[in-house]
Design a protein around this ligand. Structure first.
Ligand SMILES: [Zn+2]
Ligand SMILES: [Zn+2]
Length: 286
């Protein structure tokens, strides 16, 4: 090999070596930058905002709602609600008219908030505006309520959705809430034991008798051993007349569940959904 040729080969080798060195360094630097950014995001969150007003939160917190907005949410206290179904009935006696009628199958039900204003917007976001992340904060509210009530459940079951409704929404919002609660309180969850086998039509515009008829036999327990003898915590987003909770309870007790305790985010009469709710005027109690 001539001296010139040898020099050229050496040059190529040196260049290639330095290129390799640069790549290794570049990769390491890239990884380091990524780790640094990740650490900064965790340690110094700059984009955690109140889910209601959008203001920056001072620190990372489980309930992503600022103090000012939290004060606006009307919580239902034990002293103002129906002993059985938890509906707000301040000054009207121990039981609401619905429960006085004696048609209630679940053992007890409680809701965290009155279904109005900001609470309504949060639930609507979860159900109709494809914001499943809202369930994180809402689950924390449910877990707080559960702990304050001193309930001791063996198993958590979410109110199921029919397959078509689940496909349409992409998720079951009650299951997301139930999973969040299970993580916090450490009670196991079963999302498959109770299923919805029949699609129900629009519930909001129906009378109580029609709702009950409509919901009758729309739920089914497919794993009886999972619920037998258990104290079930049934979770849903909203309770209106209690027809859905009753229909689920009916099936759970038929499968020999010991007790059914119902917990929802809000209690109240929802409005009929509008067109803006993504043409979802189909089933508010789903
Ligand atoms: Zn706020
Ligand atoms: Zn009641």
């Amino acid at each position: 090999m001539s001296a010139e040729k040898t020099k050229a080969v050496r040059n190529i080798a040196t260049k290639s070596k330095s290129k390799t060195k640069t790549n290794v360094f570049g990769n390491c630097a890239g990884i380091f930058v990524k780790i640094y950014h990740k650490a900064c995001t965790v340690l110094f969150p700059s984009n955690i905002k109140c889910l209601i007003c959008g203001d920056d939160l001072k620190q990372k917190q489980d309930i992503e709602i600022c103090d000012k907005c939290r004060l606006k949410l009307r919580e239902i206290t034990e002293s103002e609600c129906c002993t059985r179904c938890g509906s707000p009935i301040a000054g009207q006696g121990k039981f609401c008219l619905n429960c006085q009628g004696g048609d209630v199958e679940f053992d007890i039900a409680r809701s965290v908030f009155v279904y109005e204003n900001e609470v309504k917007h949060l639930i609507s976001g979860l159900k109709y505006n494809n914001k499943p992340y809202l369930s994180r904060t809402l689950s924390c509210f449910l877990a707080e309520k559960y702990k304050s009530l001193g309930w001791q459940a063996d198993l958590i079951i979410p109110v199921p959705l029919s397959e078509s409704r689940k496909k349409w929404r992409g998720y079951n919002q009650a299951a997301l809430l139930a999973e969040g609660v299970s993580d916090i309180i450490g009670v196991p969850i079963n999302t498959e034991a109770l299923v919805k086998i029949k699609d129900t039509d629009t519930q909001a515009s129906l009378t109580l008798a029609e709702r009950r008829k409509n919901l009758k036999e729309s739920f089914k327990v497919v794993d009886k051993y999972a619920v037998r003898g258990k104290k079930i915590l049934l979770i849903d987003d909203v309770m209106t007349t209690g027809s859905t909770a009753n229909a689920c309870t009916h099936e759970l007790k038929k499968a020999h569940a010991d007790r059914v305790l119902v917990l929802t985010i809000a209690h109240g009469k929802p409005e009929i959904p509008t067109q803006s709710n993504i043409n979802s005027a189909k089933n508010f109690t789903n």
